[in-house]
Design a protein around this ligand. Structure first.
Ligand code: PLP
Length: 455
């Protein structure tokens, strides 16, 4: 019996690759896959505890409310909700976005806002508007792993500035800007996730925020502030977003409803000064004409009910407990030489292991224990981050988090024991009680201690 045609195609795929090689655009040579996307096929298996994704817990959204909202749309606006919409998004969606930004003290002009297909598309469109091959783009080290494939696909020269417990090192940024000046290069923008950063969980201090905005204004340097997590604060005082400090002249803002409502609806946005916005709109027209109209109708319904802030409060309660569960498990199961961040919000903890452990190798071993995390290298363009990992605490239950960390700890212990046997050094596995106390009191960070190195 002949094979079905799709199966024949699948067999031919790898051997046929050369046939297409001459057709690929140059940019495909530097395109990179997102580590999280690669892991998704494995982590979707029910027996795997995934601490790898950046998934919010959508099971907390009440299905009855969802059904009622979608039913109202079907009954009252079916034809409009199933139609194309304006490229910039509906004004009613923009009003919801302005409400969300208002909750963090920002008041953008509605004409400066474009609704996008997730924050990810906003990053892509900003690059499309600004970046030519070889242009310098500056970001944090580590940076949002999903931004790296975007910078790569526009063939940017991505320069990473080290982070510590107070966010991006602005002194290092200034030195880099001076070096670029000497080379006659003007960076297209500085990309930052200043609040509860993905992947490190750190928050940029007020002093550094002010200095960054001063630099942007004095140098006419664009800053892209990506802020999916600002409203997911479990502790500490809120800091003003860069956009608020700048007023929107040099800070382009990227937001999303993915982490405070749903990533499945794919609704994000960008706020940019009119000349930049004009190009971003052109880029979006070419990319997808408009963001899903159905999604925008859902968002309008949802915000119309007026309880969106209560939903975020409920998420905060859940995520705070999960962060606590993860920190406790790390103290219990990770080796004495490990350090990690203890974020006041967001979805991620960044752990750094002894330098002899490569977390990409470790992941292969951890997957055998049915647990996954994102290896630190995914957050760097240059191979740094080898002994670090990103751990997500939002998507699993507290029990799953504890079990996931226990399994990773067990895998690490195997590596530590091996190293110990090879080098003859005696190493503690897991952490000693004294060491646990020092983690609690000194707030040890994986990079440098808080505040070190000034702004
Ligand atoms: C910093 C950051 N920016 C952008 C995104 C993309 O989010 P979305 O496209 O779902 O809005 C994410 C998702 O994890 C993120 O962490």
């Amino acid at each position: 019996m002949p094979e079905p045609p799709h199966r024949r195609r699948a067999h031919a795929r790898s051997s046929d690759l050369e046939r297409y090689a001459g057709l690929f655009a140059q940019r495909t040579q530097v395109m990179r896959s997102s580590a999280m996307r690669d892991l998704m096929a494995i982590t979707a298996r029910p027996d795997v505890i995934s601490l790898a994704g950046g998934l919010p817990d959508t099971s907390t959204f009440p299905p009855k409310a969802f059904a009622a909202q979608m039913t109202r749309i079907a009954q009252e606006s079916a034809a409009e909700a199933l139609q194309y919409g304006p490229t910039e998004g509906f004004r009613e969606t923009v009003d919801c976005i302005i409400e969300v930004m208002g909750a963090e003290g920002m008041l953008p002009d509605p004409d400066d806002v474009i609704v996008t297909t997730g924050g990810q598309q906003a990053i892509d469109l900003i690059c499309k508007a600004l970046v030519d091959p070889g242009d310098a783009v500056i970001c944090e080290a580590p940076t949002y792993p999903g931004a790296i494939p975007v910078f790569c696909s526009y063939q940017a020269d991505t320069i990473q500035i080290e982070c510590d417990g107070a966010g991006m090192r602005i002194d290092e940024l200034e030195a880099t800007l001076e070096r670029l000046d000497e080379e006659g290069r003007r960076p297209k923008f500085v990309y930052s996730v200043p609040t509860f950063q993905n992947p490190a969980g750190v928050t940029m201090s007020l002093e550094r925020r002010q200095r960054l905005v001063e630099l942007a204004r004095s140098r006419e340097l664009l800053v892209v502030e990506d802020n999916p997590y600002g409203l997911l604060r479990f502790g500490g005082d809120a800091l003003p977003p860069l956009y608020q400090l700048d007023g929107g002249d040099f800070v382009i803002y990227v937001g999303t409803l993915s982490k405070i409502l749903s990533p499945g609806i794919r609704l994000g946005w960008a706020v940019a000064p009119p000349p930049v916005m004009e190009k971003v709109v052109l880029g979006k027209q070419a990319a997808d004409l408009c963001t899903s109209t159905l999604t925008q109708y859902f968002v309008r319904e949802y915000f119309g009910e007026g309880s969106w802030r209560q939903y975020i409060e409920s998420l905060i309660g859940i995520y705070r407990s999960r962060r606590d569960a993860m920190v406790e498990a790390l103290e219990r199961y990770f080796p004495a030489q490990a350090t990690w961040t203890e974020p006041d919000g967001g979805l991620f903890i960044w752990a750094t292991l002894p330098p002899y452990i490569d977390t990409s190798d470790l992941l292969a071993k951890a997957l055998r224990e049915n647990v996954a995390f994102v290896p630190g290298q995914a957050a760097y363009v240059d191979g740094r981050g080898r002994n670090s990992m990103r751990l997500n605490f939002s998507s699993g239950s507290e029990d799953e988090i504890r079990e996931g960390i226990r399994r990773i700890g067990k895998t690490i212990a195997g590596q530590v024991e091996l190293y110990s046997a090879l080098t003859g050094q005696e190493l503690e596995v897991p952490a000693s009680p004294e060491r646990q106390k020092s983690v609690e009191t000194e707030n040890v960070l994986p990079f440098r201690k808080t505040g070190e190195g000034g702004a």
